[in-house]
Design a protein around this ligand. Structure first.
Ligand code: 5GP
Length: 194
């Protein structure tokens, strides 16, 4: 996606060999024009798959999931929670996710009734790196017997294995930009094949 690629190149920062910092427009301060444009690209990609809901994990996936869900005709967004609260009832489905950025193991959970059996689910997230978050969300859907119609991510880190594993598994994946590598703090993107 051209607008996203441009912002990554102009405003993104590479940290060390493997961290892409784009929080100035994507996941701390949010550029809302870009956000809703991203939502439209995912909606065009997945509309024919007729999703019933958009699924993500808190916190940074939520804005993007809302943009996609809105563009798909105001679908509901369901986000997996990383902490247990008294508000959640006991009817939760859970999965384990290792966080690449925080280097911690998290349990993610959703009240079962928000991810009904048979529902068609579009997964949206900000980053795809090792694929742990995506895997956790796929596990929740599998446990609930929901069908994942596809996965949309804003930034795929092409030098980590998550994207390849999902494609090899036959999952319809739409990454809006793919980072090939980081060189001296500079982010190098893979040429766009759209
Ligand atoms: P994965 O589970 O695919 O290894 O990593 C995906 C999650 O880790 C995303 O939800 C994102 O929050 C975080 N993440 C992974 N790599 C990066 C990165 O380079 N920059 C940022 N900002 N977040 C990342």
């Amino acid at each position: 996606m051209e607008e996203l690629r441009k912002m990554i190149l102009e405003q993104g920062q590479g940290i060390g060999a493997d961290i892409v910092k784009v929080d100035i427009f994507l996941n701390h301060r949010i550029d809302t024009k870009l956000l809703f444009a991203m939502g439209k690209v995912w909606a065009d990609e997945f509309r024919d798959e007729k999703p019933d809901l958009v699924l993500t994990v808190e916190a940074s996936g939520i804005a993007m999931a809302v943009a996609a869900a809105h563009a798909l005709g105001d679908l509901p967004v369901v986000f997996a929670k990383k902490s247990n609260t008294a508000v959640l009832n006991n009817e939760t489905v859970q999965a384990e996710v290792y966080s690449f950025t925080h280097k911690t193991q998290n349990t993610i959970r959703i009240e079962r009734r928000y991810l009904p059996e048979g529902s068609r689910v579009l997964i949206i997230d900000d980053f795809l790196a090792d694929g742990q978050a995506a895997h956790g969300l796929l596990t929740l859907c599998e446990k609930q017997k929901a069908t994942v119609v596809g996965i949309g991510v804003a930034v795929e880190k092409g030098f980590q294995p998550g994207g390849k594993a999902l494609r090899d598994a036959g999952i319809h994946l739409k990454s809006l930009a793919i980072v090939d590598r980081i060189e001296d703090g500079k982010i190098i993107l893979r040429p766009d094949d759209d």
